[in-house]
Ligand binder design. Structure first.
Ligand SMILES: *[C@@H]1O[C@H](CO)[C@@H](O)[C@H](O)[C@H]1NC(C)=O
Ligand SMILES: *[C@@H]1O[C@H](CO)[C@@H](O)[C@H](O)[C@H]1NC(C)=O
Ligand SMILES: *[C@@H]1O[C@H](CO)[C@@H](O)[C@H](O)[C@H]1NC(C)=O
Ligand SMILES: *[C@@H]1O[C@H](CO)[C@@H](O)[C@H](O)[C@H]1NC(C)=O
Ligand SMILES: *[C@@H]1O[C@H](CO)[C@@H](O)[C@H](O)[C@H]1NC(C)=O
Ligand SMILES: *[C@@H]1O[C@H](CO)[C@@H](O)[C@H](O)[C@H]1NC(C)=O
Ligand SMILES: [Fe+2]
Length: 467
């Protein structure tokens, strides 16, 4: 990969932006040669401000929420108490000084090699009103901490909703920039997180204190808006050498997903509806071959999607199917072979994946014609197919993926090796505006965007690929 100097080449960036503006007229895709950051990506030390332990005896920490049911009128609140269990009850209400409702949760603890977790609480708040701000308190009876969240509007085609998109975040200085840039968007109501949370497994013996520090780091967002979790390879924590043979142990103890509401049998694949979107979360590291639970679940799931109710069909997974970087190359291929036909048949709008620590967006393409003997194994333009977006660029300690396959495959519309995050702003049943924002030193710079038009409601409009 061509390396550019440290100095910011402004005219280059301007030329780039103009070029991207005309990308739709070009056959090949755009490889952005912008590369800002050449220094190593380092984790923030444990005594950093973002990891500080909240004051007060046994104060709840690592507070995070996620959607708690199919339609978005339940919320799961999770937190950790370090010294003793304390109360598992959440007090909540619609007025800050009148938390007149309560939900009693449960707590647990787990061991990993020589690490023992704090007391991990999960409580589900049900029958919430849509489109309403709720205040809540945890740590009842000891150190009480208060937060708030907003419920989404009732599921329906014409409710605007804005999602954030973050992947492979980790806890480096770059991770902190990504999160800070995301936080400047005041409209986004939930994060679609495409997997690889803490990267604790990069430490000796998977030092699970780095799961705790990650929980404290992201609390400033996760306590106030739901993060919709996808599991990545860094959630596996499978290490037989040190006796850890149960995959996903730290993740499943610390994070909850509402998988039962969509009749899934495991927390790693599930679906939710939120406002105008139907979101299917898939598990790259659980079996998905024919007859497996995930396969059977997904086969039943697609026919349930009613585009009159939820016009936008989004799929999240960790390992991308279409990835033209020389990292994790073709790791997503086996799942693509199993599921891509359904994605085309059911006109999935967009597929978000992580895993590769860079950014890439595809044209609408499919590769479903191959049948072992016909030789048709090249992706082709297909207006029924989704746009595939790799957004594993949160900024973890492993650094950027910068080595790309050359030439850029024709299916790849735009790729750039930078850290960043994206915003999906669903305007109504026909239009959604998508933007990708790179971290450019301290600044957030919009470097890729596209209008999505909805093929269910605008079946003859093929402007979907226009950048
Ligand atoms: C766990 O084991 C490692 C390696 O022996 C050691 O460095 C670390 O201090 C131990 N941690 C605890 C909490 O005992
Ligand atoms: C992380 O970002 C926040 C908000 O921008 C800032 O206040 C904090 O000092 C940063 N911490 C580190 C260790 O970079
Ligand atoms: C889950 O399965 C039950 C029993 O078959 C069914 O009544 C229900 O509608 C299903 N829920 C969803 C969201 O598919
Ligand atoms: C699909 O959703 C629309 C709008 O909510 C509703 O009127 C219709 O009955 C639903 N169709 C099915 C098959 O459930
Ligand atoms: C990029 O990846 C290719 C394929 O793995 C490899 O042959 C090549 O040496 C790599 N280039 C650099 C600069 O690392
Ligand atoms: C949907 O949103 C797009 C983009 O903001 C706008 O141009 C269009 O008029 C909207 N459609 C309706 C029916 O409001
Ligand atoms: Fe990964």
């Amino acid at each position: 990969m061509e390396q550019r100097g440290h100095s910011l080449n402004l005219s280059f960036v301007i030329v780039m932006v103009v070029f991207v503006g005309f990308a739709s007229t070009c056959q090949g895709g755009v490889t952005s040669r912008f590369q800002r950051k050449l220094e190593a990506t380092k984790d923030m030390p444990l005594d950093s401000d973002v990891f500080s332990v909240p004051a007060g005896y046994n104060a709840p920490q690592q507070v995070h929420i996620t959607q708690g049911d199919l339609n978005g009128n339940a919320v799961i609140v999770s937190w950790v108490t370090p010294k003793e269990p304390g109360s598992s009850t959440v007090l909540y209400g619609t007025s800050e000084d009148k938390l007149d409702k309560s939900a009693k949760g449960k707590y647990g603890q787990y061991k990993y090699y020589n690490y023992t977790s704090g007391f991990i609480h999960h409580a589900t708040l049900r029958h919430l009103k849509y489109d309403t701000k709720y205040y809540y308190a945890v740590g009842i009876g000891q150190t009480v901490r208060k937060f708030w969240f907003k419920t989404p509007p009732q599921v329906g085609p014409d409710v605007p909703y804005t999602f954030g998109l973050i992947g492979d975040l980790g806890q480096s200085y770059d991770s902190n920039k990504t999160l800070s840039h995301y936080e400047t968007n005041k409209d986004a109501g939930a994060v679609l997180f495409v997997g690889d949370l803490s990267y604790a497994d990069n430490y000796p013996y998977h030092d699970n204190r780095r799961w705790d520090s990650w929980g404290r780091f992201v609390e400033r967002s996760t306590a106030y808006q739901p993060w919709i979790w996808t599991v990545g390879n860094h959630e596996l924590d499978f290490e037989p050498d040190i006796g850890e043979t149960v995959p996903f142990k730290p993740f499943t103890n610390r994070y909850r997903t509402p998988y039962r509401a969509s009749n899934s049998t495991a927390p790693f694949w599930y679906s939710i509806k939120r406002g105008p979107a139907y979101i299917i979360v898939l598990a790259s590291y659980s079996a998905y071959g024919k007859y497996t639970p995930q396969y059977k679940w997904l086969e039943d799931e697609f026919p349930k999607v009613n585009r009159s109710e939820t016009p936008w069909l989004i799929v999240m997974m960790h390992s991308p199917w279409y990835n033209s970087y020389n990292y994790h190359y073709m790791e997503g291929e086996t799942m693509r072979v199993m599921f891509e036909t359904w994605f085309v048949q059911y006109k999935v709008d967009m597929v978000f994946a992580g895993h590769v620590h860079a950014y890439e967006r595809s044209h609408r393409i499919s590769n479903v014609a191959y049948n072992i003997v016909n030789g048709k194994c090249i992706p082709v333009p297909n207006q029924d197919a989704p746009v595939y977006i790799t957004i594993g660029d949160g900024g973890n300690l492993e650094g950027l993926a910068s080595n790309m396959t050359e030439p850029q495959p024709s299916y790849s519309a735009f790729r750039e090796s930078s850290f960043g995050h994206a915003i999906l702003d669903i305007k109504n049943r026909t239009h959604a505006y998508y933007t990708w924002h790179r971290n450019q030193d301290g600044a957030k710079v919009m470097a890729d965007s596209m209008w999505f038009t909805n093929r269910f409601w605008l079946p003859t409009d093929d402007s979907s690929n226009v950048v």
